[in-house]
Design a protein around this ligand. Structure first.
Ligand code: TRP
Ligand code: SF4
Length: 333
């Protein structure tokens, strides 16, 4: 029996290289060894964007197309949309009964999210009830499949820890060992920074999208920060102080290539503009197949729709088994 993996992403629209290198590429490898469930967490999106749903449907499609393009294989993994598996909402109710309020209140990630909301009109400084339940809903996602492992970034580990606490409490309250304690599995990929040297993020306008064209990618790479002390192209460069471009080389270049770039830069034989032109080409080469696949799915929306429907049905079949056991344990009618 394969161990089970469950993970998810909020539908934030088109994904960028940070998602690809930091998360999805990891999932692609894991699907060879594990029984994987990957969720587009549209309910989680509502926790902060309940009043901004006009693009939700397209955002879900974009996330799924990016996953498929990057190599998540619906024959190997189950790709589904959270709200198409209503069993998760039912499980969320049971879990919300046994979760002490102060467990969710001390969640550090929630405090950050609450700040985003504070700027919103209407809510004042209030945090909505749904947002408070964010980590409980995430626990429901994981437990809907009784998953063993949860591949996540470091920012989500606190949530998975809470999931473990909730599992222990459920098993204790209902005198069972039904739920497995899920383990966080840290994504062991290189973190790619944004073009400006900060964390790559959609809202910072410093990202390269998986779905960007080659031309746009090349243009964006030209804006990458380099060694700021360099004025002319024959100035001696300092690759280790080249804040973004050389870091990208280390991710996308081969071993020999990286050494060549380093040597030529240090000797002043390589101008930053040429260097970044080559780098852009390198990144485009790496993304070529992925982008071709993405274009295929863009042109075949019915295929994407079918994958989502079938994946969600399959997820539901598993979810129903877990929920029927949970209902028994809680002694529902
Ligand atoms: N909270 C996660 C994030 O913001 C997304 C997510 C939703 C998730 N459900 C999950 C991650 C279940 C792991 C397991 O990135
Ligand atoms: Fe960075 Fe390349 Fe310029 Fe050197 S030549 S500083 S590695 S961009």
């Amino acid at each position: 029996m394969k161990q089970r993996i469950m993970s998810g992403m909020r539908p934030t629209g088109k994904l960028h290289l940070g998602h690809y290198l930091g998360v999805i590429d990891n999932w692609v490898k894991l699907q060879e060894e594990y029984d994987c469930y990957f969720s587009v967490a549209d309910w989680h999106a509502l926790t902060t964007k309940y009043d901004k749903t006009e693009n939700l449907r397209q955002d879900v499609l974009d996330v799924v197309m990016d996953w498929l393009a990057c190599g998540i294989d619906p024959e190997k993994s189950t790709i589904y949309v959270q709200s198409l598996v209503p069993e998760t909402a039912e499980l969320h109710i049971y879990l919300s009964m046994i979760t002490p309020q102060n467990w969710v209140e001390r969640d550090p990630t929630l405090k950050d999210m609450a700040k985003i909301l504070k700027s919103k009109e209407g809510m004042g400084t209030q945090v909505n009830y749904g947002l408070m339940g964010y980590p409980v809903l995430m626990t429901a996602d994981i437990l809907t499949f009784n998953a063993d492992l949860v591949p996540v970034g470091i920012d989500q580990v606190a949530h998975v820890e809470l999931s473990r606490d909730i599992v222990r409490r459920f098993n204790y309250v209902y005198n069972t060992d039904f739920f497995h304690e899920p383990q966080p599995k840290l994504n062991n990929c290189s973190l790619i920074c944004g073009l400006d040297g900060n964390k790559m993020g959609k809202s910072f306008n410093n990202d390269i999208k998986i779905s960007d064209t080659e031309e746009i990618t090349a243009k964006k790479v030209m804006t990458a920060i380099t060694d700021r002390s360099r004025m002319r192209k024959d100035d001696l460069g300092h690759p280790d102080e080249c804040e973004v471009a050389f870091k990208y080389w280390k991710i996308f270049g081969g071993v020999n290539e990286i050494e060549t770039v380093r040597c030529e830069c240090e000797k002043g034989l390589r101008g930053c503009a040429d260097c970044k032109r080559q780098l852009g080409a390198k990144i485009n080469e790496r993304l070529k197949e992925i982008r071709e696949r993405r274009r295929y799915y863009e042109e075949h929306p019915e295929t994407v729709e079918k994958i989502i429907r079938e994946g969600s049905e399959k997820a539901r079949t598993e979810a129903k088994k877990v929920l029927s056991e949970v209902r028994k344990l809680v002694r529902m009618y």
